[in-house]
Design a protein around this ligand. Structure first.
Ligand code: FNR
Length: 340
């Protein structure tokens, strides 16, 4: 199918990696604000999106996919990210993947298939890293999407121990017509403490003529220049950053990182503006605070149950209250749920 005009290109890009619970709308917008070129959503499981209902949220200026059983937001997006947001799908079935991709196709810039998640939940369901060894199914999912969508399709993989097996894998996947491939340089069994196999990514980049997006370098990424160094070490066209961005999203700033207080404040402002759930907001701030959760202020933060309470700690309590009243006046129900 002819791709949409002006469609997303993946070469020479710095990208926010997919991260469950972290890659929700406020974090994606913050990453774009700081200079990321492309932002991936957290992994969204195909059937969850299929079951959801698409709604235009006039009060927030967003498109929401709502889980009808409990009213929670499965996916929220807005025009600010429309041409730069890639939805990552968790799937094991080409027809289900196509069905969901068709539903969201006009709201997003690209679709990615998760072929790297090593978690039990994914593997049992034939998703994530299970697809690395189910080659025909992996290819069927990608080629079905490539043939039938107007937006580009990518996948994110892990590597095998053996270089030749890895090269064969990426050649097979690339033959489906995908626009780029993201490579986390660890095997399914390896964990973040293991060295990232940068030289394997470099070998992959040499063998493919589509952009290779290097991933797995956060341990060595403390500032923007380290992202470029990682890209160079991997001989890759683009880089995808997860943990370094989770800890301080201003890693994407070309002019230098912002201090954490500033980043948290900017993040919370977006969480308020887009009515992010208190539990998701709290989770993301916790991942930024890390050991600072042990300080008296951190402990006070951990006791917070509502978005307003969280925001008060960063002097945004009044702004939060005002916005929530505004949303209610515009017909949106204010969030009442408490954090777990
Ligand atoms: C991840 N990762 C991940 N990968 C993926 O393909 N889909 C996902 O939904 C997630 N979720 C997720 C959540 C969190 C909290 C973390 C820290 C990581 C893996 C991630 O995208 C990346 O591959 C690894 O973290 C390695 O890259 P970094 O962290 O070294 O930049």
């Amino acid at each position: 199918m002819t791709k949409r005009t002006g469609c997303l290109k993946y070469d020479n890009k710095i990208i926010l990696a997919p991260m469950v619970r972290v890659g929700t709308l406020p974090m994606r917008l913050l990453a774009l604000h700081y200079g990321a070129d492309i932002v991936y959503t957290e992994e969204l499981i195909d059937w969850k999106l299929i079951k959801s209902t698409r709604r235009t949220n006039e009060a927030l200026g967003t498109i929401d996919y709502i889980d009808q059983s409990d009213g929670t937001v499965v996916f929220r997006t807005c025009s600010l990210e429309k041409d730069r947001v890639v939805v990552q799908l968790g799937t094991c079935d080409s027809q289900r993947a196509l069905k969901v991709a068709k539903i969201i196709e006009n709201d997003v810039a690209g679709i990615d298939i998760n072929m790297g998640c090593p978690k039990e939940f994914s593997l049992k369901g034939g998703m994530g890293a299970a697809l690395l060894t189910q080659r025909e199914n992996a290819k069927a999912i990608l080629s079905t999407l490539v043939k039938n969508l107007t937006i580009p399709v990518t996948c994110k993989i892990r590597v095998f121990e053996n270089l030749e097996d890895t090269i064969q894998l990426v050649k097979d996947l690339a033959s489906t017509g995908i626009a780029a491939i993201a490579v986390h340089g660890r095997t399914k069994a390896e964990r973040p403490q293991h060295l990232n196999r940068n030289s394997t990514i470099a070998a992959i980049a040499k063998h493919l003529d589509i952009p290779v997006i290097a991933n797995g370098g956060s341990r060595e990424i403390d500032k923007y220049k380290d992202i470029l160094k990682f890209r160079e070490d991997c001989g890759a066209s683009s880089v995808m950053v997860a943990r370094a961005a989770e800890g301080n999203c201003s890693i994407f700033c070309r002019t230098g990182m912002k201090d954490l207080e500033c980043v948290i404040t900017e993040y919370l402002k977006l969480a308020i503006d887009y009515d992010n759930s208190p539990s998701n907001t709290k989770y993301c701030v916790q991942n930024m605070l890390k050991e600072l959760q042990e300080t008296p202020r951190g402990k006070k933060f951990l006791e917070c149950q509502t978005l307003e309470q969280i925001c008060s700690i960063w002097n945004l309590g009044e702004y939060c209250r005002m916005k929530q009243l505004e949303f209610q006046a515009n017909g949106m129900l204010g969030r009442r749920e408490v954090c777990p």
